[in-house]
Write a protein of this length. Structure first.
Length: 300
């Protein structure tokens, strides 16, 4: 006797129809009927009788229904208890991640979790500054951010460099800049920029790079949502500097993507942990994986 047979039996008793019970069980009527026939054969009693009102339980069926319901309830309780115990035995590693970095790191995190049954990875997405705050407050165990913050932050965080992304420029095809193959950052001094918010470190890093070229950028629009910034570019209301991993998303007929003649170093990704925080064995193993497999390099 199988649990599946008991489930089918209960469905038929409740629906009073083999057709409806089969739909509820997501199986063919033939398969469900065969399972009930085998059950009756094993018990050596008829469980159902067909009437004008539909399928009805026999006296044997009424007695078996009470037993079947008790068995399924016990099985469900056992499964729930085992799941809860498994979760209690798991270490939950909470990861804070800046918007836009998931494409770079998620596959590696899921691969690691898949090969390590003792951990469960929980993700929370937010801006750089929020992720940094969560790391300090121990709300997340590790963080992934898009750029390094102030120098004083090196006193609070361990930084691991993950990736440096090439910076590109997105402009509307209606913008005169679209005629260029490459561009210098200084040539954008009179343009209107669409940029991420101050909550992301790349914002301040961009300002620093512009000041090194002796100009202050005109930031006309700000958003943490790349789809909004994309629309600004398409409407020719601003230009947008973006990292290489967003290139496919911005590659559209009415958007021209330009390379810079010089390096514009504003798009990085870092893994951060809180300095002097005692970490578990499982978290250390995850950090070792990210260092060896993903290429994280200790920065400080």
């Amino acid at each position: 006797m199988e649990i599946r047979q008991m489930e089918y039996f209960i469905y038929v008793s409740e629906e009073k129809s083999f057709i409806k019970a089969a739909k509820r069980a997501y199986v063919s009527q033939q398969a469900l009927s065969k399972a009930i026939q085998n059950l009756e054969k094993e018990l050596d009693v008829p469980l159902f009788v067909r009437t004008n009102a539909g399928v009805q339980l026999t006296d044997y069926g009424e007695a078996f229904l009470k037993c079947a319901e008790q068995v399924l309830e016990s099985v469900n309780n056992i499964v729930q208890e085992l799941r809860q115990r498994r979760e209690r035995n798991h270490e939950v590693i909470t990861v804070g991640m800046t918007e836009g970095l998931s494409k770079l790191i998620l596959d590696d995190l899921w691969a690691y979790q898949g090969s390590n049954a003792d951990i469960q990875i929980r993700l929370i997405e937010a801006a750089d500054r929020t992720v940094e705050k969560w790391v300090i407050e121990n709300k997340v165990d590790i963080g992934f951010i898009g750029a390094m913050g102030d120098k004083k932050d090196s006193e609070r965080f361990n930084y691991y460099s993950l990736l440096k992304s090439k910076t590109y420029l997105a402009v509307s095809t209606a913008n005169p800049l679209a005629k260029n193959e490459k561009i210098k950052l200084i040539d954008l001094a009179d343009e209107k920029f669409a940029l991420g918010t101050e909550e992301n470190n790349v914002h301040n890093l961009f300002l620093k790079v512009c000041h090194e070229r002796r100009f202050t950028p005109h930031i006309a629009h700000q958003s943490a949502d790349i789809s909004f910034l994309k629309q600004i570019v398409r409407s020719n209301k601003g230009i947008f500097l973006f990292p290489e991993h967003a290139k496919d998303y911005l590659n559209e007929p009415d958007i021209r993507i330009l390379e810079f003649e010089e390096e514009v170093d504003i798009h990085y990704s870092y893994l951060i942990t809180k300095k002097n925080r005692k970490v578990s064995k499982q978290l250390n193993m995850l950090l070792d994986f990210l260092i060896t497999q993903v290429g994280a390099i200790r920065y400080n």
